[in-house]
Ligand binder design. Structure first.
Ligand code: FES
Length: 111
């Protein structure tokens, strides 16, 4: 099972074993990761699942090469959007994500 590291607002790291096939939002909500609410249940209608993907993991989390137009539109409504922002409901956990690092809004991961 891939292990994913969430960097929290205070800089601490929480490592979570993430079942393949769940969205990163579902993993975060189940594990009570701060700021990740997933209010719309993953239907691209809220942006409460926003987080930052570590640059080294960007391509793995975005195999099609670009965020969808719907994701871009919803991110426009999000808080503190940055270059490596994603909606975590749009990232499905796969075997090749073992070691993935993401950070919640309000954190200062340095990327
Ligand atoms: S959970 Fe609402 S957009 Fe991701």
């Amino acid at each position: 099972m891939p292990q994913i590291t969430f960097i929290l607002k205070d800089g601490t790291q929480k490592k979570i074993d993430a079942p393949v096939g769940l969205s990163l939002m579902e993993v975060a909500v189940k594990n009570k990761i701060e700021t990740i609410d997933g209010s719309c249940g993953g239907s691209l209608a809220c942006a409460t699942c926003h987080l930052y993907v570590h640059p080294e993991w960007w391509d793995i989390c975005l195999p099609d090469g670009a965020r969808s137009d719907d994701e871009e539109d919803m991110l426009d409504l999000g808080f503190d959007i940055r270059k490596y922002s994603r909606l975590s409901c749009q990232i499905i956990v796969k075997d090749n994500m073992d070691g993935l690092i993401v950070a919640v809004p309000g954190s200062k991961p340095g990327w």
